[in-house]
Design a protein around this ligand. Structure first.
Ligand code: ISE
Length: 332
């Protein structure tokens, strides 16, 4: 069976999902696309011999569309996820799940009412082989119990609309999610120290976050979006007897002009190319098998709740409690 997928939002991430779905994923094809800018939808649709539809709602309702990728602006995510749930169609929704915590709760309520998990949040790092291997080391490798998780998240450059707050809400949110995934537990407190703005972005401050998990594991996170030299994500899990780190991501080695070195990718679509492919492949396979994989709506809510606490902690400059609450039984 070939899953017929509709795409809402044909910007940078949407068109990338369309390309991956068409060229690198088995068992699915793009049948419809919608974007508020019609020309973008037409370009994506033409590349897949798909149709364009006049609105997001029309795409979700279209009988040919069996599953939906939501890659439209953040403030539309919750409403469109709920529309997919009500139509009984699985959705892969780009992060964040919603613009507010109340909207995240509304998505969860709609799913619980429907009685099955239909929404997967696009936290693609959960499919990255490196993070999966680190997670696999916990419990059975002789490393012992986790003590620290050190995370570094550097972008070469960021668009000018990314404020210091968005450094936390838009970029650090990946670290919040992957830390929950690797450690498999929730966080109790958060502190944020803002670094100095650089001359490359005079109003955007790098952020340094310290999280403490409910069991006492300490997570440190540097998020610096103006690092200039490339896109660089690092993680080291320090345990009682040893540590496990992401290997430096080295697509090629180059010797040139008396130097021997490795290229650093320029952005996350290159660095996490495997993760994006596996995310879509496993989403398609899970739908065929009637299962759910990846980050659930609960995970989307939890990451956003940590981001909200991070904004509060940054403003108050003090350790702040994270009020996530208990995971509903529905989300296992
Ligand atoms: C961007 O929105 C992403 O989602 C990337 O994965 C992240 O690394 C980047 O910092 C964000 O701006």
């Amino acid at each position: 069976m070939t899953l017929q997928v509709g795409l809402i939002g044909c910007g940078v991430m949407g068109s990338d999902h369309a390309r991956i779905l068409q060229n690198e994923v088995a068992g699915a094809r793009l049948v419809a696309a919608y974007d508020a800018q019609a020309a973008r939808a037409e370009t994506v649709a033409a590349s897949a011999k798909a149709r364009t539809l006049p609105s997001a709602r029309a795409l979700i309702a279209d009988p040919e569309v069996q599953a939906v990728i939501i890659a439209s602006p953040d403030e539309t995510h919750a409403e469109l996820s709920i529309a997919c749930i009500e139509a009984g169609k699985p959705a892969l929704c780009e992060k964040p799940l919603a613009a507010t915590l109340d909207q995240c709760r509304a998505v969860m309520a709609a799913e619980m009412k429907a009685g099955r998990r239909l929404v997967q949040v696009g936290f693609m790092r959960r499919f990255d082989p490196g993070y999966r291997a680190i997670k696999g080391k916990i419990g059975d490798s002789g490393l012992g119990r986790p003590i620290f998780l050190h995370c570094v998240h550097r972008n070469a450059i960021a668009p000018s609309y990314i404020t210091s707050d968005l450094v936390l809400a838009n970029s650090a949110v990946h670290e919040f999610d992957i830390s929950r995934f690797v450690l498999d537990e929730e966080f109790a407190t958060i502190q944020v120290v803002s670094g100095k703005a650089t001359r490359h972005a005079e109003t955007r401050r790098p952020q340094f976050v310290v999280l403490e998990s409910r069991s006492g594991v300490v997570v440190t996170i540097e998020v610096f979006l103006d690092a200039q030299y490339g896109y660089d994500v690092q993680a080291e899990l320090v345990c009682e007897n040893g540590s496990a780190s992401l290997s430096p991501h080295r697509p090629i080695a180059q010797r040139l002009a008396g130097r021997d070195g490795f290229e650093v990718e320029s952005d996350w679509r290159q660095r996490f190319a495997d993760a994006y492919r596996l995310q879509l492949q496993e989403w398609v396979a899970a739908i065929a098998a009637g299962r759910a994989v990846g980050a659930s709506a609960w995970d989307g809510y939890a990451a956003s709740a940590i981001a909200a606490a991070a904004l509060e902690a940054a403003a108050k400059r003090t350790a702040t409690k994270i009020a996530i609450g208990d995971r509903p039984a529905f989300y296992g």
